[in-house]
Design a protein around this ligand. Structure first.
Ligand code: MTE
Ligand code: MO
Length: 221
């Protein structure tokens, strides 16, 4: 017997398809993002990589370099360069978005995923925030959730080469889903906290979170 729209008796196939519709079968819960929507609102694409910072470019030879991870963690640690390289190493590709309206696609980063760092230091259950401090005195703050994003990493390589000192080498943070000011260059200390503490730009009118997709550029007065 053929299916007849509207009137036909339900066949096995129509009942099954009707059940799929009710269950929302095959829905991914994601929205397909056309290429035109890869660029957040108010941004334009660049192919070079502008340098932005406070103006002092601290030079930290690998022999003197340390990363101090402390605060609300079970296992505080100070890594030297060798110790840091002994952590699981990953490669990730992401776009960067700067609050000054430029974006740059397809950056290949080498380094340690923040997830792997978290596994090593084990934040205490009441840790909610992370404050980054850098060798030039810069600070910036993140929620632990934003810090732990699947594509966030502590990067020492960019596009197959060591990360250039002007871009934060030996080591910088990269949090692709937030404006680039959250991605501290010349990373020196990571503090896990139970309370938030706004950083250098956050106390100077920049948004506390900095989500480029909803243009969280500045704090609204
Ligand atoms: N240590 C440190 N990190 C920093 C900054 C800084 O001044 N010092 N500036 C931030 C800002 S405002 C931006 S836009 C990006 C720029 O990174 P880039 O120079 O690699 O493009 O670094 C961020 N990280
Ligand atoms: Mo910036």
């Amino acid at each position: 017997m053929n299916e007849d729209a509207g009137t036909g008796a339900p066949t096995k196939l129509t009942t099954t398809k009707q059940r799929w519709a009710q269950e929302g079968r095959f829905l991914t819960g994601r929205t397909a993002r056309p290429e035109s929507e890869r660029l957040p609102p108010g941004q334009h694409l660049v192919t070079d990589w502008p340098v932005l910072d406070l103006g002092m470019h601290p030079e930290v030879p690998a022999a003197c370099w340390r990363l101090d991870v402390h605060g609300a963690v079970e296992r505080p640690v100070v890594w030297d360069w060798m110790g840091f390289q002994a952590l699981p190493q990953s490669r990730a590709v992401s776009d960067i978005h700067c609050v000054t309206t430029w974006s740059r696609y397809d950056n290949t980063w080498d380094g340690v995923l923040t997830r792997d760092l978290l596994e090593a230091v084990m934040p205490k259950p009441d840790a909610r925030f992370v404050v980054l401090q850098s060798y030039d005195g810069y600070t910036t703050n993140l929620t632990l959730d934003d810090f732990a994003a699947h594509d966030a990493l502590l990067a020492h390589g960019w596009n197959g080469a060591p990360l250039a000192p002007v871009h934060g080498g030996p080591l910088r943070l990269v949090v692709p889903h937030l404006y680039l000011w959250k991605s501290a260059k010349w990373l020196q200390r990571i503090e896990f906290r139970t309370d938030d503490r706004p950083g250098f730009w956050e106390v100077r009118g920049y948004h506390n979170r900095g989500d480029p997709w909803v243009e969280q550029r500045y704090t609204e007065e």
